[in-house]
Ligand binder design. Sequence first.
Ligand SMILES: *Cc1c(COP(=O)(O)O)cnc(C)c1O
Length: 393
Amino acid sequence: MKHDTKIVKAGRNAKWTKGVVNPAITRASTVVFDTVAEMNHAVANRHNQTMVYGRRGTTTAFAFSEAMTELEGGAGCALYPSGTAAITNAILAFIQQGDHILMVDTAYEPTRDYCDKILAKIGVSTTYYDPMIGAGIEALIQDNTRIVFLESPGSITMEVQDVPSISAVAHKHGCIVMLDNTWGAGINFKPFDYGVDISVQAATKYIVGHSDVMLGTATAVEKHWPQLRDYSYLMGQCTSPDDLYLALRGIRTLVVRLKQHQQSAITVATWLTARPEVAKILHPAFASCPGHEFFKRDFSGSNGLFSFVLNCGNKVALTAFLDGLEHFKLGYSWGGFESLILGFSNVNSIRSATSFDCEFPLIRLHIGLEDVEDLISDLESGFERFNKVLAEG
Ligand SMILES: *Cc1c(COP(=O)(O)O)cnc(C)c1O
């Protein structure tokens, strides 16, 4: 089945829709039974989409979890109240004191903070690795390495990883391969075709797609699914059926939204390549992006998120660029229908194994669904303010 058809059907099992188009919002803490036999039957089927207690999920959770498994692949999908909770709990499910994990140097900042502040405290050590390491990761694997964690493309600087090469080496040494697949959104990258064991997403971003819900997912291959599911339950992870309903609604338009985000982002990035102030476009579909060859090999498309590096400027000029934009708002997120922008005067503070050559500011854009001409003229006005500060400086 093609993606466009799959997203229309995903999770719309008659068991959850009960004769209407969308799965019902089933709000519950308590699930009630009339007889001991019925209760025992529910408990025996608790891993088989049967309601037992609200924390284990109601039919709305079953519908969304099934939909995500259909999109990502794998044997099952555990749900969390945020993408960060999905990452931290997926890792926690598979480690014990004395273990070691390999974490990509370009991981989302809270993922790094979890390794440095929480895993370190419970006796699990982390080595950060160069996102472009490929099969060379073998040299970093220790006897106690349990998890190799990837995020592709990397946060902020967008390096695309050689996922199959890293996965093959990790598996040779008995490690579990986890990937933050938020950028791929379950559509543009198929993690389980490239050796990933557990794929995590901040559904907060493109799955929900409307900037109004926090939600995380972790989808696992058969071998690891029971452990992921059980630890998620043990940690008390549960999600609101109202939020899950919005996520299910978001999925229905995921492919058309991504196509428009992709097209507009490529138009803006192409326009930026001709700007005299731009040194480099960090967009996986552009040859200037590290790992572009892996993007071409492994991805079926891109989306609205990319960065670019300037060849001049300073903090004051960057601030002048960012202040006064009409359509791009400053915001720590992406994946919604609206355009967002972030400026960085130094990204080296959020990496340790590699250093990013950035004498001048870096800007990250999320290209929303506004008219692309409006977005370009907004950025043009930003460059005018930027250049005015430099000329006066
Ligand atoms: C936003 C994001 C997360 C975290 O998701 P939250 O829902 O905000 O906790 C994780 N990984 C990536 C790549 C993200 O962009």
